[in-house]
Design a protein around this ligand. Sequence first.
Ligand code: PLP
Length: 361
Amino acid sequence: MSALTPRPGILKIAPYVPGKDTVEGKETVSKLSANEGALGPSPKAMAAYAKLAAEIYRYPDGDSTKLRAAIGRHYGLDAKRIICGAGSDELINLLVRAYAGPGDELLYSQYGFLMYPINALGVGATPVAAPEKDYRADVDALLAKVTDKTRIVCLANPNNPTGSYITKDDVRRLQAGLPKNVLLVIDAAYAEYVSRNDYESGVELVDQADNVVMTRTFSKIYGMGALRLGWAYASPGITDILHRARGPFNVSAAAQAAGVAALADEAFIEKSRAHNAEWRRWTAAELETLGLSPLPSAGNFLLVDFGDRDAEAARLHLKDTGILVRQMGGYGLPSCLRITIGTEEEMRAVVAALAEHLRGR
Ligand SMILES: Cc1ncc(COP(=O)(O)O)c(C=O)c1O
């Protein structure tokens, strides 16, 4: 009798390693390893979540009707073309499952978010990486890698872990160069943090093309990663496919209620954006003073190149002081660490600990 075996591709997956949140022997840690919103969730979202406690015996609204309406109002979009998911992770997974399979190729950028190749392997497709220039997605290199097997192109904009983004014109050029039967997934998980006038999250392109979908999340600026809530905006054709592919109750009632409340708290969103801009700028400048090279970032994190200094030794020193940052070996960037923008106290502490470490070398 033959042994139990998974479908081809699954065993090629190196499981995604999330940012750690504990250090042995330390009661409090600063978790700067998962790009979570620095200020936590909005008090209004917390209140909506708490209020739901007595209702948890009921199934949620499978269509996330109120939440889709709230997202539509907030972002000025047609709610019928919005679909919600258990994090944008689920939506990306559904898209890959729906549009790619064995023998197909999923194209992404060299330092693109690791979940894209993981999802490709999960359906038996082949992940294909296009080289980057200066840690930024390169439209020409991506287009050069398109073959008749390419089914999906995934672009995180801004990208995690590099923090780089490509302009609205470049995204448009990428879409224009793709065959119409290739799906372009624009993963705009960090869009709310971007304040550049040559950037566009993907909404405009979705409105113009049938083969484009934009994914968004409540895990970053809204600070609700634990609730697993994301959404996608797409053409009616893609929306229909996602509805067929998703589970009937894929978004919990708590996530829906907290999401609606979070969107209504404009002051909190603005405060989070301003906090991020201020402390990202401050931290980058301080790290440069220490002789490190933080890459320009449009997100809520900095990818810091340690050059010929030992990034892993620095990470371990930070860990000893109770500060967790993300190692980048899995991305092929072993000389780098990724540091999430946290509170003022956390940013001052991470800079002080790195200064101490580098002085002590
Ligand atoms: C680029 C990118 N896309 C998607 C996600 C997943 O977000 P979610 O929590 O909505 O699943 C992340 C999370 O780190 C991310 O960095």
